[in-house]
Design a protein around this ligand. Structure first.
Ligand code: CO
Length: 158
């Protein structure tokens, strides 16, 4: 396993659409292991493959309840909508208000190539929307209602 360098905003790689995964092989597993290690090292809740320069439809999420690996994910349905504070490992230190669904049902494949369905609420739902957006080259800033000021961010940390 190895830590990967996280690409930051301004690199065009973050604006490109990723291709589907077709092979569920050792190479994919090594990539997933690296992504999980990089996510945990970063302190974030989600990481998408394009953020480490790999243009495939893969992301990992861990909101503190264990890692979920998503390969070729798709949103099946959403419910509700609320304004939430959001940031991105590719935009360090920046946060903004975004409208996200309260509930998301998604399907994806695991590392063995088995399809699974997952239902998430609140932060997990938000993280799925954010990470899946990355796979289409969409950054949260393109959806932001307004960015938070440094004062608001400092207050959030208290
Ligand atoms: Co992000």
């Amino acid at each position: 396993m190895a830590l990967r360098k996280i690409v930051t905003e301004g690199d065009d790689i973050l604006l490109k659409k990723c291709r589907s995964v077709e092979k569920f092989d050792r190479k994919l597993w090594d990539l997933l292991d690296d992504m999980v290690e990089t996510l945990h090292d970063s302190g974030g809740v989600g990481l998408a493959a394009p953020q480490i320069g790999v243009m495939r439809r893969i992301c990992v999420i861990d909101i503190g309840e264990g890692v979920v690996e998503f390969i070729n994910p798709e949103i099946i349905s959403t419910d509700g909508e609320h304004e939430v504070v959001e940031g991105c490992l590719s935009s360090p230190g920046e946060f903004g208000l975004v409208k996200r669904p309260e509930k998301v049902v998604a399907k994806a494949y695991d590392r063995e190539g088995n399809e699974f369905t997952v239902e998430g609420e609140e932060l997990f739902a938000q993280a799925m929307c954010h990470e899946f957006d990355h796979l289409d080259g969409v950054l949260f800033k393109s959806k932001v209602i307004r960015m938070l000021s440094p004062d608001e961010i400092a207050h959030d940390d208290e």
